[in-house]
Write a protein that binds this ligand. Structure first.
Ligand SMILES: Cc1cc2nc3c(=O)[nH]c(=O)nc-3n(C[C@H](O)[C@H](O)[C@H](O)COP(=O)(O)OP(=O)(O)OC[C@H]3O[C@@H](n4cnc5c(N)ncnc54)[C@H](O)[C@@H]3O)c2cc1C
Ligand SMILES: Cc1cc2nc3c(=O)[nH]c(=O)nc-3n(C[C@H](O)[C@H](O)[C@H](O)COP(=O)(O)O)c2cc1C
Length: 772
């Protein structure tokens, strides 16, 4: 075959040498516009897995790369005058120039034809090639030429960065955060040979422009960075090797994915590789790894299927199929890390204390969790756990085991929750005439015995017509209040847990069948009329609600007030106003379900007006020393619906009138919403609201391990974690998870103490691989 690689970066060179090695009869050319030693960029970092892969494909190249590697374990963070360090993170780095020189030399030794200083304008310059590799980087001309076939999706990210170098060698991967009068700048610094380090400076577009960096040249940009980072540079100068870039040298990261990776141009098959096909943000340093792994995979497919021209279409299809999956996985992890750096100035740098800021930085990609940090640097993590616990009022001496964030108390007004685990409100459809019975006593009581810090009852309806189903619990009469009091009294006298009351009105989602029958479908008989913000049913078969009149608004408000009074008398510690999931108050907040043209419809303030009126009225009768939470649907997951930015606006309005906690749920407002599920999938909403609005938040949704909770609470992404389904599977979830992660200090009910020691011993034996 005649193979031409357009672009002699890591992708083109490595693929060239692997194919020549696979079959020396192939004619392989690599054409590069730059001179052999003339390259943009400084150091790149790799993982051990990539090196292992490379060893298998060309041991000689791998050996040379490894002998040129710089290895380092530590991460150092500088912020607000504090310098902090942790170890055990294991990176390897190499200069990009050095890497390319190794690859170039190996290409030459194997007989690959290298042509430098040749600018390729079109793939048609190589009409006799069987295979053309478009390895010409993120701004690939070849990809642009066939954009209709490759279907590139390129998103320009908001932050600005400049890729510089310095001759000061740093002994740790160093992050330096500096506040300026126009916003925060961060430097990502890592050594890649004995006397050179990469020094990437990043900031927001606003700060970039406010400092006039869009109007200066590269030398002025460098001087600006040298002044800003003078402390960490300690007299060293910054350098650029990207003189070919116009203007000030600052770039925007471009996130790229392509729908199709190959195309037949009439003569040759053209295939994308490396940055031309996809990009991964430098925050997790995987661009070179992806380029090299692309080269390996394409070679592997030629080896597997056959390396003659007739096999090319089949090989290219298999290559894309395998690589596209890995690329999505890396891009997802890179996205979390990239977004963290995009919001760090507005969300974390000013609000989090340096210790917690560092924890947040280390867990930014969400691939590194609390327990991963323990494996990397146990001493540092335990030090952090002690620091965190102390802030929560728990002083642990250095001879005692540290307490993980999940088991620290939280104070809201006059109520102190013993830990951060909440039994999320869950409708049980088992009440009779709205009265919670023995089922509720045993169900909620056993979850309180099971160690959760706060146990919410189900959505408790403020009127008979406000119920979702005939089996829903209520608080519109004294008989119901007495039944709730029995449950709350049990929780208070028999456990350390606090009791939560979620008050709601079903609105347009009322009068439906029990949850385990046809959920959300009208009753077979005995339906009652519905009310909502606007006459919009939940789904096509649903009952059309009546738009609430002034009288309805006043009546429902009075119902909420009466129910809150009864709840206070029943002894509940925390009240939550259910403003989520498409129920009555949520139907006011969402533009999808509120089309009113009075003062209760329109912009944020108008749509929030009625829920805020209810909150105010309830706050007046709810005891001052007890907190109120508001549950919001932070994303409607539907075009035209509320987004996390809208939810943050609502949170701000509730905070202004005394809300203590925002419970960050999402969806269920619109019947065919399209939520993007996944582990901790709603936690980003809790993070945004907590750190941008400055109010305590509760994260909920697919949180199911102590490690998830510790990572969320430790990083300050939320103050509490609510778990619903895990508590259906295991009433003693908190006690079991404590034992699983080796936290012995959590009190079990006295009656169950002998179960505790057996359970802990059995777990310890299982870990050690022995049996009793
Ligand atoms: C600030 C920053 C930091 C990074 N840090 C890391 C990191 O730590 N680790 C990591 O793995 N990756 C990192 N990367 C990414 C990494 O540089 C790329 O992902 C990687 O180099 C991709 O390899 P490639 O061969 O696909 O493309 P490139 O390395 O971009 O190579 C493309 C080559 O094609 C040549 N070319 C382009 N057009 C033409 C033409 N028309 N004619 C002839 N030649 C042409 C170019 O001169 C270039 O040499 C970073 C990137 C940036 C911007
Ligand atoms: C059976 C069941 C009933 C639920 N009922 C309610 C409810 O009454 N009020 C409410 O706000 N959320 C309700 N939810 C939603 C949960 O509180 C929680 O937000 C959701 O299940 C996601 O958490 P998870 O992944 O831990 O299950 C219910 C969930 C389940 C599984």
């Amino acid at each position: 075959m005649h193979i031409v690689c357009i672009g002699g970066g890591p992708a083109g060179l490595y693929f060239g040498l692997l194919m020549k090695k696979l079959n020396p009869a192939h004619r392989v050319q690599v054409v590069e516009r730059n001179k052999p030693y003339d390259t943009f960029g400084w150091g790149v970092v790799f993982s051990d897995a990539t090196m292992e892969n490379m060893r298998q494909w060309d041991a000689k190249t791998a050996l040379e790369i490894e002998s040129a590697f710089n290895h380092w374990d530590d991460i150092e963070v500088l912020i607000k005058g504090k310098r902090m360090r942790t170890t055990g993170h294991g990176f390897v780095g190499i200069g990009r120039k050095k890497l390319l020189n190794i690859l170039q030399a190996r290409c030459e030794a194997l007989g690959v034809e290298l042509a430098f200083e040749r600018e390729v304008n079109s793939d048609e310059e190589f009409a006799d090639a069987d295979l053309i590799i478009a390895s010409d980087g993120v701004n690939s001309k070849i990809r642009s030429r066939y954009a209709a076939a490759f279907r590139p999706d390129l998103i320009v990210r908001p932050n600005r960065f400049i890729w510089l170098g310095t001759n000061k060698p740093y002994d740790a991967f160093t992050f330096d955060f500096r506040r300026t009068r126009h916003g925060w700048f961060q430097a990502h610094i890592y050594k890649f040979d004995d006397n050179t380090s990469t020094f990437i400076v990043e900031t927001t577009e606003d700060a970039f422009k406010a400092h006039g960096l869009d109007a200066v040249d590269q030398d002025q940009s460098i001087r600006f960075c040298e002044n800003l980072f003078a402390e960490v540079l300690d007299g060293a100068a910054l350098m650029t090797n990207a003189r070919h870039l116009h203007g000030s040298g600052w770039l925007n990261f471009q996130r790229l994915v392509c729908g199709t990776w190959s195309h037949f141009n009439g003569n040759s098959h053209v295939v994308l590789m490396g940055d031309a096909a996809h990009t991964a943000h430098f925050a997790i340093g995987s661009g070179t790894k992806l380029a090299l792994e692309d080269a390996i995979e394409l070679t592997r497919q030629f080896q597997r299927i056959g390396d003659a021209p007739e096999h090319i279409p089949h090989v290219l299809a298999a290559y894309q199929q395998v690589r596209a999956i890995d690329v999505v996985r890396i891009q997802n992890a890179a996205r979390n890390a990239m977004e963290w750096f995009e919001v760090v100035g507005s969300r974390y740098a000013d609000t989090l204390e340096p210790e917690q800021f560092m924890y947040s930085l280390l867990t930014r990609s969400q691939r590194i969790s609390h327990e991963n940090l323990r494996l990397r640097d146990k001493a540092w993590l335990e030090g952090y756990e002690r620091w965190f616990a102390k802030r929560c009022g728990v002083e642990v001496s250095s001879s005692e085991p540290a307490v993980p964030p999940m088991f620290t108390p939280l104070r809201l007004r006059g109520i102190t929750l013993p830990n951060r685990i909440v039994v999320s409100p869950m409708a049980m459809y088992s009440a009779v005439d709205g009265i919670p019975g023995d089922f509720h006593l045993v169900h909620l009581g056993s979850r309180a015995l099971g160690g959760a810090g706060l146990v919410f009852g189900e959505m408790t309806c403020v009127s008979a017509d406000g119920r979702i189903t005939p089996g829903c619990a209520g608080l519109w009469n004294d008989q119901q209040a007495a039944a709730w009091k029995r449950i709350v009294t049990f929780i208070h006298t028999m456990t350390a847990a606090k009791a939560g009351l979620q008050l709601g009105h079903a609105g347009r989602k009322g009068s439906t069948q029990l949850g385990w029958r046809q959920i959300d479908q009208p009753l077979e008989e005995g339906n009652w009329p519905l009310i909502s913000a606007s006459p919009i049913p939940y789904h096509g078969d649903g009952q059309v609600p009546r738009e609430m009149t002034r009288r309805d608004l006043d009546e429902v408000k009075a119902d909420f007030v009466a129910a809150a009074r009864r709840g206070a008398r029943a002894g509940f510690d925390v009240l939550e106003l259910h403003c989520a999931h498409g129920y009555l108050l949520s139907s006011f907040l969402s533009p999808l379900t509120n089309t009113r043209n009075d003062q209760y419809g329109g912009g944020h303030e108008n749509r929030a007006r009625y829920p805020l009126e209810i909150f105010r009225a309830v706050r007046e009768v709810w005891p001052q020393d007890r907190p109120i939470s508001v549950r919001l649907s932070c994303h409607d997951w539907t075009e035209g619906g509320n987004t996390p930015a809208d939810a943050a606006e609502f949170a701000r309005l509730f905070k202004q009138i005394g809300a203590d906690l925002i419970d960050c749920s999402s969806g269920q407002v619109w019947d065919d919403d399209k939520p993007v599920y996944g582990r901790l999938y709603q936690t980003p909403f809790a993070d945004k609201i907590r750190n941008e609005i400055g109010i305590a938040t509760m994260a909920v949704g697919a949180i199911f391990e102590a490690d998830h909770v510790n990572s969320i609470i430790g990083a300050g992404r939320a103050d509490l974690c609510a778990l619903a389904r895990p508590h259906l599977a295991d009433a003693a979830w908190t006690l079991h998870e404590a034992a699983r992660i080796g936290v012995r200090s959590i009190a079990w009910p006295n009656q169950y103490l002998s179960g505790k020691s057996q359970y802990e011993t059995n777990l310890a034996r299982a870990v050690a691989g022995t049996t009793g």
